[in-house]
Ligand binder design. Structure first.
Ligand code: SAH
Length: 256
């Protein structure tokens, strides 16, 4: 009789143990997933370090704030899932709607050319993925960024918010007219190719401020210009290097 009771107890304990097994397994799986995610993040961080060393520093970018920003912003989070493996390659990548996220070096170069500090109020034209905005937001006080394609602008705003870039405000409108209600700006960066320097942007630049903008030349590329406004309001233009950007869509407002 005692023996029978012992067998029944053993059977009950076994049943309880097996009924908990799925939870035990699920625990194992989630730990494994967590480990995988961690090793992926570490892998991206290593790729980012190499990107900064080989593409940014080796090509002459010296500004420490720019280098730190390029090291800290997770570029892969701004690239569509299908292209993520190439996030840290030395090239631009498609982001949908026929647009591109710029090559890392160009992002670093244009940021360095802007020469801004932690007090600066900056305007970007051409939000795209929001990557350039994220890089700048780690350096400046406030960044306004304008995107003409509503879908891209909305996605970028959500992405920037979820990653904690809280000093960025995304506007959906035609950046060619700037953002008069928030002007003047310490610096303006245009990340789409303009046929000429838009007048409203020159007006919205603070005396002592500068704009970095790719402007069409007569070939297949554009000239990357630094436009400086001195204290007296005079404009000086420096031509730096040839670049290739998607065009600035002029006056074609897709969404308000
Ligand atoms: N800075 C972006 C890449 C810019 S691609 C990044 O880091 O990902 C150029 C962007 O400019 C595109 O998203 C395009 O839709 C936008 N654009 C083109 N014309 C514009 C205009 N008139 N006003 C605002 N954005 C414009």
């Amino acid at each position: 009789m005692k023996f029978l009771a012992l067998i029944i107890i053993v059977i009950i304990i076994s049943c309880i143990f097996y009924s908990f097994r799925p939870f035990v397994n699920r625990g194992d799986v989630s730990i494994a997933n967590g480990r995988e995610a961690k090793s992926k993040a570490e892998d991206y961080a290593r790729q980012r370090e190499m990107m900064v060393e080989q593409q940014i520093v080796a090509r002459g970018i010296k500004n420490k704030k720019v280098i730190d920003a390029m090291n800290s912003v997770p570029r892969h989070m701004f690239v569509p899932v299908g292209y993520r493996r190439g996030s840290y390659f030395d090239q631009p990548l498609p982001i949908g709607s026929g647009q591109t996220i710029s090559q890392p070096y160009i992002v670093a170069l244009m940021t360095e050319m802007l020469d801004v500090d932690s007090d600066a109020i900056v305007l970007e034209i051409g939000t795209g993925s929001g990557y350039q905005a994220a890089v700048l937001s780690t350096i400046v006080k406030k960044l306004y960024t304008i995107e003409i394609i509503e879908e891209l602008g909305v996605q970028a705003a959500e992405r920037l918010k979820s990653l904690g870039y809280d000093n960025v405000e995304v506007k959906i409108s035609d950046g060619g007219v700037g953002l008069p209600e928030k002007a003047p700006f310490d610096a303006i960066i245009v990340t789409a190719a303009a046929p000429e320097i838009p007048d409203p942007l020159i007006k919205q630049l603070k005396p002592g401020g500068r704009m970095v903008i790719p402007v069409d030349n007569n070939s297949y590329s554009q000239d990357l210009l630094i436009v400086e406004k001195d204290k007296g309001g005079n404009i000086e233009i420096k031509n730096t290097i040839p670049v290739r950007f998607v065009p600035l869509v002029k006056g074609k407002k897709i969404a308000e």
